[in-house]
Design a protein around this ligand. Structure first.
Ligand SMILES: [Zn+2]
Length: 322
């Protein structure tokens, strides 16, 4: 299964029940990726849509537009102006409901946690099992659950030895620190999967003992290095994530090709050679290293491997992506 399908399912479960996956989002996965989820009831297809939102600037007083079929093709029909009709595709009419409990159970089973241990410890938070000497692993796809200031007490109470990793949605640095202060390792769930469908990388769930040096916050594009922070441009941030992921995945070197393909895909108007993109990232990160005793050269932090690519000189344990 494609890695991005699990990310999509978790993201769509962010608000809790009902968690819906619109057909337009599911479309790239129709067939071999989606069918097993339908047969195992992780996804349940709802009846096809018969209504559509009204046109943006419509004068009609209707709450919705009816979906009509013209020559077998669906359209969202405006009550006032045929020119405002919106042509639809068949997949636009489809909607799938995600059974969050079943999704979480599938993640637990695929990752090798015993099914009988799996339980919901409070609404929206599941205990999956333990790794390394009874270190508990919990998961929630829901942001509101993570923001609840009483959550860490519930996790401690439900953990066999009181130590825990919580897998959850992307959070900011302040939330991460709140969990770290409570001795809970917070891991962004999307970042913790292997390439193998719903299987978690158990190595990523171990207690984090060292303080991360480089923190990247997706929500704000903020990069913090040894306590100093700055907001990166979109392109520089994506490039920083790419370099970090290579370290986390044990690949180390990021090639020129990878940089040009992954970072600039679909932005042909804005293409840059990888060397220029790296120069730009170094320029934005450089000020964070001023006066740093351990790492004072940005060229050593992001090191050039001539004719191959670039290496981020940090250990996996020193990197945190939120
Ligand atoms: Zn209209």
């Amino acid at each position: 299964m494609n890695e991005t399908l699990i990310k999509l399912l978790l993201q769509q479960s962010d608000g809790g029940n009902p968690a819906l996956l619109p057909g337009a989002m599911a479309k790239p996965f129709f067939g071999p990726a989606l069918d097993p989820l339908l047969s195992s009831k992780i996804l349940v297809e709802l009846p096809p849509a018969v209504e559509w939102p009204v046109c943006d600037d419509c004068e009609c007083a209707c709450a919705t537009r009816p979906i009509l079929f013209v020559d077998g093709k669906p359209i969202a029909a405006c009550g006032l102006d045929r020119a405002s009709d919106t042509p639809l595709e068949d997949h636009d009419l489809r909607t799938f409901e995600i059974d969050i409990e079943a999704l979480i159970r599938a993640i637990g089973v695929s990752s090798g946690f015993p099914q009988q241990q799996h339980r919901e410890i409070r609404q929206g938070v599941w205990f999956l099992g333990t790794v390394a000497e009874q270190h508990a692993v919990f998961i929630t796809p829901m942001r509101s659950v993570v923001d609840d200031p009483t959550l860490h007490r519930a996790l401690h109470a439900a953990a066999p030895q009181g130590t825990a990793t919580l897998l959850g949605p992307s959070v900011n640095g302040a939330s991460w620190t709140r969990f770290a202060d409570a001795k809970i390792s917070y891991v962004v769930a999307e970042e913790a999967f292997t390439d193998d469908g719903f299987k978690l990388d158990l190595g990523r769930l171990l207690p984090v003992s060292t303080k991360p040096r480089l923190i990247l916050e997706r929500g704000s594009r903020r990069a913090t290095f040894d306590g100093r922070g700055t907001v990166l441009s979109q392109r520089a941030f994506e490039l920083a994530v790419l370099l970090c992921k290579a370290v986390l995945e044990g690949r180390v070197v990021v090639t020129h090709d990878e940089i040009e393909k992954i970072i600039f895909s679909g932005q042909s108007a804005d293409r840059l050679p990888s060397s220029d993109a790296i120069r730009d990232l170094r320029k934005q990160l450089g000020p964070l290293l001023k006066g740093n005793r351990t790492t004072n050269s940005i060229k050593n932090l992001i090191q050039n491997k001539p004719s191959v690519g670039y290496v981020l000189n940090l250990a996996a344990s020193e990197i945190l992506i939120l």
